[in-house]
Design a protein around this ligand. Structure first.
Ligand SMILES: NC(=O)c1ccc[n+]([C@@H]2O[C@H](COP(=O)([O-])OP(=O)(O)OC[C@H]3O[C@@H](n4cnc5c(N)ncnc54)[C@H](OP(=O)(O)O)[C@@H]3O)[C@@H](O)[C@H]2O)c1
Length: 294
């Protein structure tokens, strides 16, 4: 029996769908079991550790995908301890960006991921860590609305290389290591086929790129009413990526799944409607250029 924690999330939903599609015996561990998932669902709330033991009964392998937030370390500790108590043998953890992990990581999230990994390593369970970089799907929240409204891609990243990855490829890696009986204990770094940068993404979309300071992006987020934790996290991660700290692509997706990772161009083409300048003014401001390969 495989348990999928975070089965409604961006990566977890694809893992759940793949396991269901392949007829694997698996269950989703979710806060709301009635949301219509491809797997049988049981109630599990990381804020209520007492719910975790029953949810993990009979589970041999588990995907640990916890939300980032101020309580991440406690959440991960609760599920790891419950997994040990339930006799879970293998944990596949979705961790943070590989170079960010450590006791002095750039954000509390990076440090919490590192502490979670340490706790798993000490637990005696077999472990596999997936340490993805920036998800391509983040672009739908962080870039698409501004491009649609203004025709300009404003970001603090400029030409910094970022080893972006599609969440579907992270999910495929997770499913592969959950299912592979021979999977050894180690960490993988799923990335896209090559690093990309925001200037080239803007070129590909046919819009202008405007490099803005991290401080300005933080101010905009604060004005939009985002919680202080999120603003601080986003600002620190923005500075981390803008420094080119996670710009090296790997071939881990292909090694784990047998097929190459999706390039960012494919993702942008699929989501073209979301990235299209929506008004005449936005189209004028975009200074549309021809599509180039990123
Ligand atoms: N975004 C990136 O670029 C990126 C890159 C590398 C690593 N990561 C890591 O990936 C992880 C997931 O991040 P994400 O932004 O992709 O999250 P996400 O898709 O929103 O997934 C979070 C999941 O956690 C569940 N959840 C929330 N609170 C819960 C609780 N109290 N008990 C049980 N389940 C709960 C959510 O379920 P509900 O439906 O109940 O809300 C959802 O399924 C984080 O650890 C993050 O650090 C993200």
């Amino acid at each position: 029996m495989i348990a999928v924690l975070g089965a409604t999330g961006r990566v977890g939903r694809h893992v759940a769908a793949e396991l269901a599609g392949r007829g694997i015996e698996a269950r989703a561990l979710v806060r709301r079991p009635d949301v219509g998932l491809p797997l049988p669902a049981v109630h599990a709330d990381l804020e209520a550790p007492a719910t975790l033991s029953a949810a993990l009964e009979g589970v041999e392998r588990m995907l640990l995908l916890a939300p980032h937030g101020p309580n991440q370390e406690q959440h991960e500790a609760a599920i790891i301890d419950a997994a040990v108590a339930a006799g879970v043998r293998r944990v596949v953890k979705i961790s943070g960006s590989a170079p960010s992990l450590g006791p002095n990581g750039p954000t509390p999230t990076a440090v919490a991921h590192w502490r979670g990994e340490q706790r798993i390593e000490r637990s005696g369970m077999q472990f596999i860590f997936l340490r993805p970089s920036f998800y391509m799907q983040n672009l739908l929240e962080t870039v698409a609305p501004t491009v649609a409204a203004t025709g300009v891609l404003a970001s603090p990243f400029g030409r910094a290389p970022i080893a972006m990855v599609d969440v579907r490829d992270v999910a495929a890696c997770a499913a592969a290591v959950l299912l592979d009986d021979e999977a050894g204990e180690r960490a993988w770094q799923p990335t896209g086929p090559r690093p990309v940068n925001f200037e080239r993404i803007a070129d590909y979309l046919g819009v202008r790129h405007l490099k803005v300071p991290v401080k300005l992006t933080a101010r905009v987020m604060r004005r939009r009413g985002l919680p202080a934790f999120e603003v601080e996290h986003a600002a620190r991660m923005a500075a981390y990526f803008a420094a080119g700290s996670d710009g090296v692509a790997t071939n881990d997706v292909e090694r784990l799944t047998g097929r190459p990772p999706r390039p960012v161009e494919a993702f942008l083409d699929e989501q073209a409607d979301a990235f299209r300048p929506a008004s005449r003014l936005a189209r004028i401001l975009s200074h549309t250029t021809t599509k180039e390969h990123i």
